[in-house]
Design a protein around this ligand. Structure first.
Ligand SMILES: Cc1cc2nc3c(=O)[nH]c(=O)nc-3n(C[C@H](O)[C@H](O)[C@H](O)COP(=O)(O)OP(=O)(O)OC[C@H]3O[C@@H](n4cnc5c(N)ncnc54)[C@H](O)[C@@H]3O)c2cc1C
Ligand code: FES
Length: 275
């Protein structure tokens, strides 16, 4: 029987710089096996001697040969990852966790609300919708970052906007002195009025820092959305990634196994969150 905790070897095929502290790594299983996942799921990524960390998959689920991890360099494992080159080996366990409501969204309008690196776990869902564009209604992507240099996937934005009935609205918390910016300044919820959100036949999916998700969800309720129309992805420190160790427990749920994607009406009942 296969040991759940033994990672599979994988090779970094390509590295793309996103911002001063974030890169996207395109990774391929070393055994050549196909890699299937659902948008919203994550892998436990490991480096020998530096442990493991949960990292969302940020590529399109249609590509089964490789997958992307968009990683911000913040600590022991991720800072070591930054030094890795194309051809380096990493360990992968996964994919794990729940996914965005891709099926439920069919026939509906979808609003994406992303903060900073929170756009990475949403990107597979966005890609999937573009791939199957006729199955969904209007797409509104609202993306906020601390500054213009903190935004991910900026080189794809023009392509995203070319899809039918698709809007992309951008905002930054603040601008540097003299910096030019053709979009909005302010926290991501200022985009709710810019985008003229309509709750009818719509679901909203949100990913970003927990405090941002608190305001993003509460402002949607004020706009007439019901909690069951809203989905979000929670982050907790993890060890096993498969619901065994209890590290990521929230109430009776495990973020690694029952999440990371939860419906807002369920997530807001958890005690230890900022929601
Ligand atoms: C489901 C999920 C998906 C994720 N997806 C992504 C992703 O796509 N991209 C990405 O970049 N990150 C993602 N993360 C976050 C990532 O897993 C963490 O940032 C992870 O801790 C990085 O590991 P590290 O060893 O580099 O950092 P660590 O060494 O673990 O340190 C990370 C940060 O946590 C602090 N810290 C260290 N130990 C503790 C502790 N015991 N308690 C509290 N704080 C502590 C450190 O000071 C540092 O600021 C995701 C997390 C989850 C749960
Ligand atoms: S990380 Fe072990 S139960 Fe979630």
């Amino acid at each position: 029987m296969r040991n759940l905790y033994v990672p599979t070897k994988a090779v970094i095929e390509k590295i793309k710089t996103q911002t001063h502290d974030t890169k996207t790594f395109t990774i391929k299983p070393a055994n050549g096996e196909k890699f299937d996942f659902e948008p919203g799921q994550f892998n436990m990524v490991s480096l020998l001697g530096y442990g493991e960390a949960p990292i969302s998959i940020s590529s399109s689920p249609d590509n089964k040969k490789t997958f992307d991890h968009t990683i911000r360099f913040v600590g022991s494992l991720t800072n070591t990852m930054e030094k890795h080159k194309e051809g380096s080996i990493v360990g992968i366990r996964g994919p794990y966790g729940s996914s965005w409501p891709v099926e439920e969204a069919k026939g509906k309008n979808v609003i994406f609300v992303a903060g900073g690196i929170g756009l990475a776990p949403l990107r597979p869902f966005i890609m999937q919708m573009f791939h199957d564009r006729d199955s969904y209604g209007k797409i509104q992507i609202l993306y906020g970052a601390r500054g213009t240099g903190e935004m991910l996937f900026t080189d794809e934005f023009n392509e995203w906007k070319k899809h039918s009935d698709t809007e992309l609205h951008l905002t930054v918390d603040k601008l540097e002195e003299g910096e030019k910016w053709d979009h909005t300044v302010g926290v991501v919820t200022v985009l709710y009025d810019v985008a003229k959100l309509d709750p009818a036949n719509t679901i909203a999916v949100i990913c970003g820092p927990e405090i941002m998700m608190r305001f993003a969800c509460r402002s949607l309720l004020k706009k007439g959305f019901y909690a069951p129309q809203i989905y979000l992805s929670l982050e907790r420190r993890m060890k096993c990634g498969v619901g065994k160790c209890g590290h990521c427990q929230l109430g009776s749920k495990f973020v690694c196994k029952d999440g990371p994607v939860f419906r807002y009406d369920e997530a807001k009942e958890f005690h230890d969150t900022l929601l």
